[in-house]
Design a protein around this ligand. Structure first.
Ligand SMILES: [Zn+2]
Length: 273
């Protein structure tokens, strides 16, 4: 199954609430939506309401934690990050969300190894807490586009191997930016899926956007057509393997590129017939 949807309330949705965003997303013929806490949390009542409306609308819900997270920082940083992640997870659970995506942190002055050690240790604590609280939503850890930020594909895979109950959120634009535009052919996308094969995933959460980058990785997100990411090749790779995926559009023209991704998927399907 392939689901596609917007990150956040679609820009062209006049009513700026999550509920209207879900209904609007359905009207666009899409089937997933990511609820973002970038501008603050929602209430538990709203979370429960979202679950009801999403089920009725056939929209699968995903969640993104607030952006500023640092599980490798000092005590205060880690505690604040832990609180944000736990709150996001509780709300995600109430919404019936499948995955709650979070960033992990920064190297700062630390070595890559020490950053990894701290992140794994702190993430394990969070994972144990979710278990105790009966939270069913998975923790998704995102591949990051800037080289100065923790979250290369290899690092994310290592975290998923060392902390059970954690899955990768494959931000394809970020992976592309971090490897200086290495995703060109279907085989390049295949290498990404092959890299995570050891994790035995039965579903892949993908973030998609066009991206501008330089030697330091990501600079900023751009519409798919303004970047050099060959999304049609990604679609061919997904179809050929019959992967179960959800694609969340994080493009600046959010829902337009979600619909565009849907068109590219249909085009790839036609070409395979
Ligand atoms: Zn993110």
């Amino acid at each position: 199954m392939i689901r596609i949807g917007p990150a956040g309330i679609p820009l062209s949705c006049k009513e700026r609430t999550n509920i209207d965003g879900i209904i609007y997303t359905r009207c666009l013929g899409l089937s997933a939506m990511e609820i973002r806490f970038a501008r603050g949390f929602i209430s538990e009542e709203e979370a429960k309401e979202i679950k009801k409306i999403a089920r009725k609308s056939g929209i699968e819900i995903y969640v993104h934690a607030p952006y500023y997270i640092n599980l490798a920082g000092d005590k205060r940083n880690v505690e604040m990050s832990r609180e944000k992640i736990m709150k996001s997870l509780k709300l995600a659970h109430l919404m019936g969300a499948r995955v709650m995506t979070t960033h992990l942190g920064f190297y700062g002055n630390l070595s890559k190894k020490e950053t990894m050690r701290r992140i794994v240790k702190n993430l394990r604590k969070i994972r144990n807490e979710t278990k105790k609280n009966g939270i069913e939503t998975w923790i998704g850890v995102e591949t990051m586009g800037k080289k100065e930020v923790f979250g290369s594909l290899d690092e994310i895979i290592e975290v998923c191997k060392r902390v059970r109950g954690v899955v990768p959120t494959l931000d394809i634009g970020h992976i592309h930016a971090r490897c200086n535009g290495c995703l060109k052919e279907k085989e390049d996308f295949q290498r990404v899926f092959d890299a995570v094969a050891d994790l035995n995933l039965d579903h892949y959460l993908i973030h998609l956007t066009g991206v501008k980058y330089d030697k330091n990785g990501e600079i900023y997100h751009v519409p798919i057509k303004k970047g050099d990411l060959p999304v049609i090749k990604l679609m061919e790779c997904i179809l050929e393997n019959d992967y179960d995926v959800t694609i969340i559009s994080e493009s600046p023209i959010v829902e337009h590129d979600a619909v565009y991704a849907q068109i590219l998927l249909d085009r790839a399907m036609e070409m395979m017939k």
